[in-house]
Design a protein. Structure first.
Lengths: 213, 411
């Protein structure tokens, strides 16, 4: 039978693929003459849809009696978090698209870039984590387990970094002279961007439960 | 043309068909896990298995056969040779049909149990329920539990050992190499012992148990170290740290033995009834045991080899890839579990089937959490086919027997 871990890996690759389009989209949006934002957003939406199909395939095609090295529901919980990362990426772009003009204030653009950059690593780390975890389920070696645990720790660290940027940004937003709509738009945007690494960290925690002895 | 010759020709045809089916269905027992682990390709497996089954059947297969196989039906029915022949024909055809059906459904079943089921059907219709030796039947039913259970335990333990000692270690390739004499040795030990105890050729050598153990141990140590010498030349893969490669060769070795033993043991299922008819037509008598001429064994072997070549792929896929994906170390555990089970159980006088043992082996590794996914639902389905084998073959045999009687009476 085809292993559900194949699907998990495939899904993680989709998540990884969206990172580039996401970064480009935000950078483009902040620039003056942005033409490709909508294109890039559609790219992310497409990836999200493809990932959704993979997710449904994994959930729907795991026969009841399937013996796996991990609990079936752990696997599903992990998958849900991994999927939530991609959903959050899509949400960010959706949120930006609701208010293309006047968009992100110029004073904040640098910080937003920094914030977006800080979520790229967590997004990309997931596919590596799945690949290394599969190696662990193949060999059960302590060394391999340590590799996976290190990735999980790294995800936690990255989330912490992103959190710090989020706090800094929110403080800045509230202490700037802006119209309330922009404040609301920016605060909400910050929160959604922040949720990306939150979900990546959650996925890491689920993985930690899966590789527990 | 006299009826005897018609029966003889029919016997050749049905016997060949049964041999073909044995090849098509049983090849999975020996080769499926090697193919699933990608140690060899399906094509290679088919070629290797065909040759080894042919050799096993023709050269190691038994030259003497019991008139009524497996002692399921009491010998009284034999008094009328005509009934016995028609019964033999019906049994062959019905067993072959059931195995064909299972192969078509890609289900691994025991060909021996199919013949047993058919014999029961024949016994009931020819001599009533009293013609069945129910004690023997119970032991067949017991084997449904014994073979998988034994092999689950053995492959579970074997995989746990390999997991602990080799694949979970940092330098798994070196560990595997260092311990390879042990794993090769223990496999050779089982193989040589099985050869001496299980195959008809080994039985004619009639070596006593202590001597056999000694001989096997000698070969085990010898070949174990020779194997290490050769395995050293196994190129490390890019990671330089993978014990799986070492098992690849051990695994294929075990598979080859199972293929050889299978040819030797199972050819009788197809050829024994034919041999009885042949013997009667030639001499006009039938004893409790009849000799099997070499050309009949070769005939059966060719049938098996053809079956493997033409239809062996189907069941191999079920056992090798549809239930789960195996790696080399896992495949080795499955094969080791199956071979050991068959040896121990038959030494204890318990009836076992290689098919059941092979499926049990896969389950055992799965229970040791050795696989990313193991399709238990498919396992249930396979077990269902095992349970169906006896009644299905028996009922078919009854129908065919009545039909044949009807036709032959008109001639």
């Amino acid at each position: 039978m085809s292993s559900p871990f194949d699907g998990l890996q495939e899904h993680a690759e989709k998540v990884k693929e969206c990172a580039w389009a996401f970064q480009q989209a935000v950078e483009c949006h902040v620039e003056d003459r942005c033409k490709s934002f909508e294109e890039l957003r559609q790219e992310v939406i497409k990836l999200e849809r493809e990932a959704d199909i993979i997710k449904r395939r994994i959930r729907g095609h795991l026969p009841k009696g399937t013996m796996m090295p991990v609990d079936k529901f752990q696997l599903f919980m992990y998958l849900r978090e991994q999927d939530a990362v991609l959903d959050a990426v899509e949400d960010v772009l959706d949120w930006i698209s609701y208010r293309v003009k006047p968009g992100i204030p110029a004073e904040l653009s640098k910080d937003i870039f920094l914030f977006v950059d800080s979520t790229i690593d967590p997004i990309e780390e997931l596919s590596k984590m799945v690949a290394e975890a599969r190696k662990y389920f193949d060999s059960f070696s302590d060394k391999q387990r340590e590799v996976v645990k290190e990735i999980i720790r790294n995800l936690r660290r990255l989330e912490h970094e992103a959190d710090k940027i989020e706090h800094m940004l929110k403080q800045k937003i509230f202490n700037m002279e802006m119209d309330p709509v922009t404040v609301f738009h920016m605060i909400r945007l910050t929160e959604i961007i922040g949720s990306i690494s939150d979900h990546a960290e959650n996925a890491g925690d689920m993985m930690r439960a899966m590789i527990a002895r | 043309m006299s009826t005897e010759y018609i029966i003889l020709i029919a016997g050749f045809v049905f016997g060949f068909y049964m041999a073909w089916n044995i090849g098509a269905n049983d090849v999975a027992n020996s080769m499926a896990s090697s193919v699933g682990a990608k140690a060899i390709t399906v094509r290679q497996a088919i070629v290797i298995a065909s040759i080894l089954n042919l050799i096993g059947a023709a050269f190691i297969g038994s030259h003497v056969t019991d008139t009524i196989r497996k002692g399921i039906v009491s010998n009284e029915i034999l008094n009328d040779p005509h009934i016995a022949f028609v019964g033999a024909l019906a049994a062959l055809l019905s067993a072959a049909l059931w195995v064909s059906f299972a192969t078509w459904k890609s289900m691994p079943i025991s060909t021996t149990h199919s013949i047993v089921g058919a014999m029961i059907g024949f016994g009931i219709i020819a001599g009533g329920f009293k013609a069945i030796l129910w004690g023997k039947l119970t032991s067949v039913i017991l084997s449904w539990i014994i073979s998988p259970a034994f092999s689950i335990v053995i492959s579970f333990i074997m995989f746990s050992i390999i997991k602990r000692l080799i694949i979970s270690r940092n330098n798994s390739f070196d560990r595997a190499l260092k311990l390879s004499p042990f794993f090769v040795g223990i496999s050779i030990f089982i193989v040589v012992l099985s050869f001496l105890f299980k195959t008809p050729l080994g039985k004619t050598l009639s070596i006593g148990t202590p001597m056999a153990v000694l001989v096997s141990a000698f070969f085990a140590v010898l070949i174990g170290y020779i194997a290490k010498f050769f395995l050293k030349r196994v190129k490390r893969n890019i990671d330089g740290d993978n014990g799986e490669d070492v098992f690849r060769y051990i695994q294929v070795g075990t598979a080859c033995y199972v293929a050889l033993a299978q040819g030797a043991n199972d050819v009788a299922n197809a050829i024994a009834p034919l041999a009885v008819i042949y013997f009667f037509v030639k001499t006009g008598t039938v004893g409790d045991q009849v000799p099997v001429p070499f050309f009949l064994l070769l005939f059966g072997g060719v049938g098996i080899a053809l079956g493997i070549t033409m239809a062996g792929r189907r069941v191999m896929e079920t056992l090798g890839t549809k239930i789960t994906h195996l790696s080399n170390s896992r495949g080795f555990c499955v094969e080791f579990g199956a071979a050991t089970t068959v040896l121990i159980a038959s030494k204890l006088g318990l009836p076992v089937s290689t098919t059941h043992a092979a499926v049990g082996g896969v389950l055992g590794v799965g229970m040791a959490r050795g696989m990313e996914a193991l399709n238990l639902r498919l396992v249930y389905e396979i077990v269902l086919y095992w349970l169906l084998t006896l009644p299905a073959a028996a009922l078919t045999c009854m129908g065919i027997y009545s039909m044949l009687q009807f036709i032959l009476q008109r001639m």
